[in-house]
Design a protein around this ligand. Sequence first.
Ligand SMILES: O=C[C@H](O)[C@H](O)[C@H](O)COP(=O)(O)O
Length: 217
Amino acid sequence: MSQDSQKKAAAEAAIRYVEDGMIVGVGTGSTVAHFIEALGPLRDRIEGAVSSSVQSTEHLHRLQIPVLDLNACGTLALYVDGADECDPAKRLIKGGGAALTREKIVAEAARRFVCIIDQSKQVDLLGHHPVPIEVIPMARSLVAREIVRLGGQPVWRDGVVTDNGNWILDIHGWRIADPKALEQQINQIPGVVAVGLFARRPADVVIVGGREVQILS
Ligand SMILES: O=C[C@H](O)[C@H](O)[C@H](O)COP(=O)(O)O
């Protein structure tokens, strides 16, 4: 089964968590694009969606799913998003598509975070995939130097500007034994907007696509 078919299978399996009248938090990326497609036929049964990126907002609009302002929604019942890596404790690396900051905000606002992935995303230890950090542009070099002190190798994702007008550093070379501690340390560096480590707020349910879809809860 191709990686994209696995993504689609996971995304379609996540639809069972959508209930009538819900406001659904929606992540970003190619796996979420399948979820948005599956959500389309339910547009009249849900109140709407809260989006984590311009890309997802445009997709939701194309399917006539109302996109709501998080500030007017309070706590969301459900957030569905993909990931770049997922460990057995459902901690994640996210941000391959540069949407990590808004994704973190919507995930934090949700009671249940359902993460949809293909099998290649499952790892024992996070860090094979670089860890993205969104930084305020003027702080790029400062943050990079601090990251080197923490043992990482920062690479500027040159040319990429986030939806918030910021830049991305991708940190290579880490095998992350304590993701929560590292998340906290990175968050303390001035100029860091968000880090794509989701350890303080891991997923609640992980759906792994495949011929047999696996649901880890
Ligand atoms: O910024 C992007 C997000 O964190 C994505 O959810 C993540 O990169 C996974 O993307 P995809 O579903 O395309 O593999």
